[in-house]
Design a protein around this ligand. Structure first.
Ligand code: NAD
Length: 390
């Protein structure tokens, strides 16, 4: 089997789906790797390094799609909402496609992928089990986003992060508040602490208290309790508007006292809850910074502008989408490891084994034989049962 790695075409995207270091592992499992020329360069992986590890470099993009039995990408059509559709004519029946597909985004893009006849696997649907942990690309990207959010905030804030005692007086440490202590939020706490800030965090899942505290963060306790804060998959569950209203009321003072607020409270497939209103922004000290990691899904801050940096009430609000893409070397390294683990799971004796008894394969499979076959996706979009056998 041949695994093809095309260059990412999303504007300014610098990541690459597989890096030279994973080629040997794939070859051992009977998989050949071909890479579009220059695909890894912007992430720090020149063609020469792929060749040294035994991958083949192919000059023409269309030829990569023609040669490969399996295409591995970061942003496939759907997740790439700018120009991802350009790849559709290059896909062919029976080919496998692995990558971010935004399976709970727009059913139309999924149907377009299905119409190409490909067997597509969305990394976003990876189950949250111990067995699938090494394949969890969402967690990898969230780790990078949490780290980078703090660096971007530190760069923007007109203050330093650590406490300093100098001949010119004592500098108070920056106060960083993180809302939503999932993978990204926890990495943000750890990074803020490393830079010397005082970090506190709030999450509606009571289980996160211990994790926040183990990283040296203070857990903000609010006198409200979420109903079933977590679903069976380990994701936060949407709450009703009265819960969010109460949260906003209680969070107001904590936010006003913070120099930096990093919001990372997302609910899969849903618009993000607004937890920071414009009134709350107005109460923050001039120069404060908000980094809204939920921007792509509407944002946790009412004033966030999608994929923009704006100044409102003298507070900088950063709503940039692709923070993980700004660390392309390690984002590619982590993703390549995740995807390789997945491919090795999917392929036995050099052949793709579509074992639908296997939870990892069944849950991530989105399209097959011209149809959207994922039960979770069909249920989400209210589609009737698939016609085919999958
Ligand atoms: N393989 C695994 O076992 C695995 C993999 C990844 C994550 N996890 C765990 O799953 C949990 C969630 O992590 P995630 O990064 O996927 O989360 P996520 O990206 O889905 O959501 C971010 C966080 O926002 C919180 N949130 C949502 N709405 C909120 C609100 N209104 N107010 C406050 N907080 C709100 C959620 O509780 C969650 O912690 C973590 O405990 C993480 O360690 C487990």
């Amino acid at each position: 089997m041949i695994v093809g790695v095309p260059r990412e075409i999303y504007p300014k995207e610098r990541r690459v789906a597989l890096i030279p270091a994973v080629v040997a592992n794939l070859k051992k499992a009977g998989l050949e790797v071909c890479v579009e020329a220059g695909a890894g360069l912007a992430a720090g992986f020149p063609d020469k390094e792929y060749e040294e590890k035994g991958a083949k470099i192919i000059a023409e993009r269309a030829e990569v799609f023609r040669a490969a039995d399996m295409i591995v990408q970061f942003l496939c059509h759907g997740a790439n909402d700018k120009n991802g559709g350009a790849d559709l004519p290059l896909l062919r029946k029976g080919q496998a496609l692995v990558g971010f597909l935004r399976p709970l985004g727009d059913v139309k893009t999924l149907e377009e992928v299905a119409a190409c006849g490909v067997m597509s696997f969305a990394v976003e649907l990876m189950p949250r089990t111990t067995r699938a942990q090494s394949m969890d690309a969402l967690s990898s990207m969230a780790t990078i986003c949490g780290y980078k959010a703090v660096l971007v905030a530190a760069e923007t804030l007109p203050r330093m992060f650590p406490m300093l005692t100098t001949a010119a007086g004592t500098i108070a440490p920056a106060r960083v508040l993180i809302i939503g202590a999932g993978v990204a939020g926890l990495q943000a706490i750890a990074t803020a602490r490393r830079l010397g800030a005082v970090a506190s965090a709030y999450d509606m899942r009571p289980a996160s208290k211990e994790q926040v505290e183990s990283l040296g963060g203070r857990f903000v306790e609010l006198p409200i309790e979420a109903k079933d804060a977590q679903d069976a998959r380990g994701y936060g569950k949407a709450q009703d508007e009265s819960f969010y209203a109460k949260q906003r009321e209680l969070l107001g003072n904590v936010i006003a006292e913070s120099n930096v607020v990093i919001t990372a409270a997302v609910i899969p497939g849903k618009k993000s809850p607004v937890l920071v209103t414009k009134e709350m922004v107005a109460r923050m000290a001039p120069g404060s910074v908000i980094v809204d990691l939920a921007a792509e899904r509407g944002g946790n801050c009412e004033l966030t502008k999608p994929d923009e940096i704006t100044l409102e009430h003298n507070v900088t609000i950063i709503g940039e989408y692709n923070l993980a893409g700004t660390v392309p070397y390690h984002a590619s390294q982590m993703y390549a490891k995740n995807v390789t683990a997945f491919l090795l799971h999917l392929v036995k004796d050099g052949k793709l084994q579509l074992n639908l008894q296997d939870e990892i394969i069944r849950e991530t499979l989105v399209t097959r034989d011209g149809e959207v076959v994922s039960a979770r996706v069909r249920e989400f979009f209210g589609l009737p049962a698939p016609v085919g056998k999958a």
